[in-house]
Design a protein around this ligand. Structure first.
Ligand code: PMV
Length: 360
């Protein structure tokens, strides 16, 4: 498939106004995407667990615009007008206009809310952009002359979400989504996320992710800048190769249910991502002292108890604690007793893998 497949035939139906709503979750990458080219295309393939409790709900209301020169939209977060989101959405609309050519025909009201606190440091771009992309697709479905299949709907929603925020393309479905062309995964694409097509052992079903909120402030370096720093990075080519190799290694691990091998790949991916940040020019560190303290406590706990708990990180200081459902009780007790003191205001969020977005 190419980009051209996502340009629709001229619409034949008309719509004066309406409203559509979607709920879409966040996701956590196991093999990380860090470095892009062209229009939001990944330099390596990535795979993520789709989450469940951390999600965004978005209602998109629309009415015919009086002028069709500019995009017209207003954004509300938790009922309050949020002008801070406008530049990102303006850019998103500019990028996707070719693929959803009705954007300038309507005046939009985007009402959005997150299940997790706004200031938690949990990126809302994956859940937020995927929810908005799905809403736009629901409108297109009503305008299109031909029936849009479920499969194409999800593909195009993922394709649009990617143009808002790369990792957002992995939030449409679940529980394991691949994004980026990979030789071992048929059907994988740089343009959109696809469901992981191979067998997954029961050990990895309902995998748990407790997100420890270490630092709730604004990130010092945005992921846009971080991705760009991979262009002239001395280790970029090796890193892209490493990520693709790790995804290959994960295939038998997921099939066999080999959690100890899983842990080695997942933790190495998290630290390699942050190593790229530390070796960029300019260099930067997103981990905080408490991030390292938590990692060490997880390693000690694993050594002492033979638990299968491990960690991963996204582009920030928060720690995602990953563990099998069978260890839910013991690991929850450990988190509450030993890791909570290293969280800002003792805050953390329990989550687990989920099946992706739902229409409301
Ligand atoms: O989707 P972006 O551009 O915010 O980049 C996300 C990058 C990581 O979260 C660090 C890794 C990933 O694959 O999600």
């Amino acid at each position: 498939m190419t980009e051209a497949h996502f340009i629709p035939q001229p619409y034949t139906k008309t719509l004066e106004n309406g409203s559509v709503s979607w709920q879409s979750p966040s996701n956590i990458a196991l093999v990380k995407y860090w470095g892009k080219y062209g229009e939001q295309l990944p330099k390596n393939a990535s795979i993520s667990f789709t989450l469940s409790n951390c999600h965004t709900k978005t209602t998109l209301s629309f009415e015919k615009a009086t002028s069709t020169e500019d995009f017209q939209f207003e954004v509300y977060l938790d009922g309050k007008k949020e002008e801070g989101f406008e530049p990102k959405i303006q850019k998103f609309f500019e990028r996707i206009e070719r693929y959803v050519p009705f954007l300038k025909d309507y005046k939009f009201k985007i009402e959005t809310s997150n299940s997790f606190p706004h200031s938690s440091g949990i990126a809302s771009s994956a859940s937020g952009m995927s929810a908005l992309a799905l809403c736009l697709l629901s409108i297109e479905k009503q305008l299109a002359s031909e029936e849009i299949s479920k499969e194409f709907f999800n593909k195009k929603a993922s394709f649009l979400a990617r143009l808002g925020s790369g990792s957002a393309c992995r939030s449409i479905k679940g529980p394991l989504i691949v994004w980026g062309k990979h030789a071992d995964i048929e059907g994988s694409s740089n343009l959109f996320g696809t469901k992981y097509p191979f067998e997954v052992h029961d050990n990895f079903k309902n995998y748990q992710d407790t997100i420890l909120l270490v630092d709730k402030g604004e990130k010092q370096v945005s992921s846009t800048i971080g991705h760009n720093l991979m262009h002239d990075h001395p280790f970029s080519e090796q890193r892209f190769q490493q990520a693709n190799d790790n995804l290959s290694k994960l295939i038998p691990v997921l099939k066999e249910g080999n959690i100890s091998k899983f842990i080695k790949i997942i933790e190495s991916e998290a630290l390699s991502l942050h190593a790229m940040m530390m070796t960029s020019m300019p260099y930067f560190i997103l981990m905080k002292p408490n991030t390292l303290e938590i990692i060490n406590r997880i390693w000690n706990f694993r050594k002492e108890t033979k638990s299968n708990v491990c960690f991963t990180l996204d582009a920030g200081a928060n720690v995602h604690v990953l563990y099998p459902e069978a260890e839910k009780e013991t690991v929850s007790t450990f988190i509450e007793a030993e890791l909570k003191p290293f969280c800002k205001n003792g805050e953390y969020i329990h989550d687990q893998t989920g099946n992706g977005s739902t229409t409301l």
